[in-house]
Design a protein around this ligand. Structure first.
Ligand SMILES: Cc1cc2nc3c(=O)[nH]c(=O)nc-3n(C[C@H](O)[C@H](O)[C@H](O)COP(=O)(O)OP(=O)(O)OC[C@H]3O[C@@H](n4cnc5c(N)ncnc54)[C@H](O)[C@@H]3O)c2cc1C
Length: 302
């Protein structure tokens, strides 16, 4: 019930505009590095010093004009420059709708190409985040189109989708680099498991499928049961540490992140920054309504 309400709010354009103007206050700072690339650089430096690697994400989705899409693409290139200049142990993550996918596929593709060329120059990996189901097939098609030219390109598969295993199998020829997640959007029961149990079991089978096919796998979750399952699977099948990693979101279970790194696992933290934080933040609260307490604390501090 609460989950649905926060997912509904995450799509509210008026609130998103208000939040942009207000800055990363209202408690969002717990999950967002700050408004600028400089804040993301400082955060990643701190994480790197603790043995954690990162993926930087300039917040934004559903660009409504070409100008907006161009600005996000410029910011992504700026982030690539910053990663290279500061020698950060970090990749870049991006959303195709933030660089114009809803306006025209050509626009998004041309921006993506420019960003990937800049990343390739410095040997920086890029992951295309997966958005709501209406963009799913287009995102996979673009991934297929770009993966051959840009070897260090990854994308995301959501375990709540019934079709996920079939899509992983179809991608095998590409040797895909996949981040596996449960899925963060509100989807219909016609395409996605409506319950946690169904999603969790499917998540485990996808991890097995991707890992045993020999392709690089990022298991992105805060769920200890899934983490334990992955640890057992890699031990049982002698999967080398170079073939997988764990990922978590900035601000969620930071101590667990450090523990996993200390245990010798590659642990990557997703570090978002920018002013367009509202939708991202609402999805985090939808996952764990207890996080709403941070919003209230943020407001009360003002
Ligand atoms: C790096 C990364 C990238 C992602 N990229 C995408 C993407 O591209 N597309 C997409 O749709 N989704 C993405 N997601 C979000 C993902 O789909 C889930 O919505 C999100 O990760 C929550 O699911 P979970 O696996 O952590 O499990 P949940 O079922 O939400 O949580 C499982 C358990 O984890 C523990 N837990 C969770 N949060 C906390 C907390 N704050 N404190 C303590 N324990 C906690 C609890 O024990 C909880 O029961 C990404 C997630 C990560 C980590």
């Amino acid at each position: 019930m609460l989950r649905h309400m926060f997912l509904f709010l995450s799509k509210n354009k008026t609130l998103t505009k208000f939040a942009k103007a207000y800055g990363t206050r209202l408690g969002a700072r717990r999950f967002v590095a700050g408004d600028t690339i400089e804040s993301a650089v400082q955060t990643v430096k701190r994480l790197n010093r603790s043995g954690l690697c990162a993926t930087i994400d300039y917040l934004g989705e559903y660009a409504a004009s070409e100008k907006e899409a161009n600005q996000v693409a410029e910011e992504c290139k700026k982030a690539i420059q910053a990663i290279a200049e500061h020698q950060l142990d970090s990749e870049l993550s991006l959303k195709l709708t933030s660089i114009g996918l809803d306006l025209s596929e050509e626009l998004a593709l041309s921006h993506l190409h420019a960003i990937l060329s800049a990343a390739k120059q410095y040997g920086i990996a890029v992951t295309i985040d997966m958005e709501d189901y209406s963009h799913y097939e287009q995102t996979l098609a673009i991934y297929r189109q770009c993966k051959q030219e840009f070897e260090m390109l990854g994308t995301v598969i959501q375990a709540y989708l019934y079709r996920a295993a079939e899509d992983i199998r179809h991608m095998r020829d590409l040797k895909p680099i996949l981040r596996l997640v449960k899925g963060a959007y509100k989807e219909s029961a016609a395409v996605a498991f409506p319950d946690k149990k169904g999603t969790d079991l499917h998540f485990q089978s996808l991890i097995k499928l991707q890992l045993l096919s020999g392709n690089y796998t990022a298991v992105a979750t805060h769920d200890d049961d899934i983490i334990t399952f992955t640890k057992q699977l890699v031990a049982e099948h002698h999967i080398p540490a170079s073939q997988f990693e764990f990922q978590m979101l900035y601000g969620i279970r930071p101590e667990r992140q450090k523990e996993l790194a200390k245990e010798g696992y590659r642990m990557r933290v997703y570090v978002p920054y920018g002013t367009d934080w509202f939708s991202y933040f609402m999805r985090r609260i939808a996952e764990r309504p207890a996080n709403a307490a941070f919003v209230l604390k943020g407001i009360l501090k003002k």
